[in-house]
Ligand binder design. Structure first.
Ligand code: PGA
Length: 287
């Protein structure tokens, strides 16, 4: 009506009868408490109140359009697939994170690759995945990396290990122990090697295994000691199948990072997951 300034045109545009339009205008005028239209000669004009009402109606219609566009966009963001790669060790908590994420966004399909640090770095250099969760990223690649959770590395032993009787264990005393360690390419392994090198301690005997699960079994069986992320042994320590020992300077404090290549434009789903991880980190730690 405010656009056409004609009852006949407004009625035809709105598929209403002319008296129905006139009734609506009267109701609006009652609400405003002032006339919205005035007739000068044969022509209708908006009064000042009518112009205010028209501007306000236009604003409301713009906001409604904007709102429905945003909702449509959000629905679009909640569908599709997401390629996530995580370090083997991170998979222990990422699984719980994904459970919560897929409860919130059931229409997002997740493809999870669980692999060691060196494979993650290769994928990152080829820009193959949407998002990566790993231990500290190297400076040699141009990456965006944000820490979101602590990753303490603890020393574990079988419940009957004689070291448990000692009150104070110096790092030097560990040199003669056998350690069960991860394969070449593992971030945990690299961090442990760096730690002992910095401390000037040379471990004499190691047994190498390519899985955290195998390492846990080996330590339980008394094959040696191991240093693993605390995320991987929560259950075994709670049940008493493994025990934590705390030499001086332990645990080795590390962090988990959300990583993607610098310059990569994150897809809407990847951004959604990224914010989800940053927002939910505290809950995840409690799993
Ligand atoms: P990983 O863990 O030992 O399973 O490769 C990655 C990391 O801790 O950096």
């Amino acid at each position: 009506m405010a656009e056409n300034l004609s009852y006949t045109k407004a009625a035809s545009q709105l598929h209403l009868s002319q008296p129905a339009v006139s009734m609506q205008v009267k109701q609006l005028e009652q609400t405003a408490g002032m006339p919205l239209l005035e007739q000068v000669g044969k022509k209708l004009y908006l009064t000042e109140a009518g112009q205010i009402m028209r501007n306000c109606a236009n604003d409301i219609s713009d906001r409604l359009k904007e709102t429905s566009e945003k909702i449509a966009q959000l629905q679009g963001y909640q569908r599709g697939s997401l390629k996530i790669s995580v370090a083997t060790t991170a998979s222990y908590f990422v699984i719980y994170m994904l459970k919560r994420f897929s409860e919130l966004y059931p229409q997002i399909t997740i493809n999870l690759d669980v692999t060691n640090r060196s494979s993650l770095l290769e994928q990152l250099s080829k820009n193959e995945r949407d998002i990566t969760i790993m231990g500290e990223p190297p400076n040699s690649l141009d990456l965006v990396a944000r820490p979101f959770m602590d990753n303490p590395l603890i020393m574990i032993a079988a419940p009957n290990d004689p070291l448990l009787k000692k009150k104070r264990i110096r790092l030097g005393e560990l040199a003669s122990q056998t350690f069960v360690i991860r394969e070449e390419g593992s971030g945990t392994r690299a961090a442990i090697q760096r730690f002992f090198e910095n401390a000037g301690v040379e471990i004499q005997s190691t047994i190498e295994m390519s899985s955290n699960e195998a390492i846990k079994q080996a330590v339980q069986a008394g094959l040696g000691l191991a240093i693993v992320s605390s995320h991987t042994v929560k259950l075994e320590i709670e049940s008493g199948h493994l025990v934590e020992i705390r030499p001086l300077q332990f645990p080795i404090m590390r962090k988990w990072y959300l990583v993607h290549p610098a310059g990569k434009i994150l897809s809407p789903l990847a951004s959604l997951f990224d914010s989800f991880v940053m927002d939910y980190k505290n809950e995840v730690i409690d799993e």
